[in-house]
Design a protein around this ligand. Structure first.
Ligand SMILES: [Zn+2]
Length: 229
């Protein structure tokens, strides 16, 4: 199908699959518990995602996005169209961001993006996440409604673009980002997770809290600019 997939994580309870579906290395994750799956960031190419779920005989329970940027929601409308799920779950502060996604997708990826049906996080979703041993938390920072997912045992965090693998070339200053919120997020990760906690970033390979705290230039910039004022 023309994409790379890997089973990149496994513990007693869960498996995490990483699908690479565009040329800017945006991560699409499938979190699997037994035969059930939650799709996190339906990047693009719904057919590839659906084929993959099918090949592993996975039942899709929910689809959610860490935030509303075009490269994290591109396949959502087509997956809804397939009938497997009814909506894309996303923080309500991202609804405006999603509205801008079709324009950015056309501009940057030259791909048509249809705005998906959205829903704010429901109790049913939160209960389902809980049954997977997961919670979702609002952080803001990167966008107003950016959220991250983490496992209750602190083994891993799915950060969206609040973390990009430090090996990627990144822009340090983004005037639309909220530096205070971003700083609070990094501090939260430092204080409440472990050095070996695995980070599944918005872009690039899996990494760890320790490595990002040490080598992530964006995080460093955020922390230094906060301490400096
Ligand atoms: Zn983003």
């Amino acid at each position: 199908v023309g994409f790379d997939e890997v089973l990149i994580y496994q513990n007693d309870n869960l498996k995490i699959h990483q699908l690479l579906l565009n040329r800017i290395q945006t991560n699409c994750f499938i979190v699997q518990k037994e035969s059930e799956a939650i799709l996190v960031d339906p990047v693009s190419n719904a057919n590839a995602i659906l084929d993959y779920l099918d090949s592993k005989s996975l039942v899709l329970r929910f689809m959610l996005s860490t935030h509303g940027h075009f490269d994290h929601i591109g396949a959502a409308a087509d997956i809804i169209e397939s009938g497997l799920v009814e909506e894309l779950f996303i923080h309500e502060k991202e609804f405006g961001e999603v509205s801008k996604a079709p324009m950015y997708s056309a501009l940057i990826l030259k791909e048509k993006l249809i705005k998906p049906k959205l829903s704010r996080f429901s109790n049913i979703l939160l209960k389902c996440l809980d049954s997977f041993g997961l919670s979702i938390e609002h952080a803001g920072g990167h966008t107003k409604g950016s959220c991250f997912l983490y496992s209750h045992n602190k083994e891993f965090v799915i950060t969206g673009d609040l973390a990009l693998n430090h090996n990627l070339k990144i822009t340090l200053a983004n005037s639309r980002e909220n530096k205070n919120e971003f700083f609070e997020f990094v501090k939260n990760i430092e204080d409440n997770f472990l050095p070996h906690t695995v980070i599944f970033p918005g872009h690039g390979d899996r990494t760890t809290v320790k490595d990002e705290l040490m080598y992530n230039e964006k995080w460093k910039y955020i922390r230094e600019s906060q301490n400096g004022n």
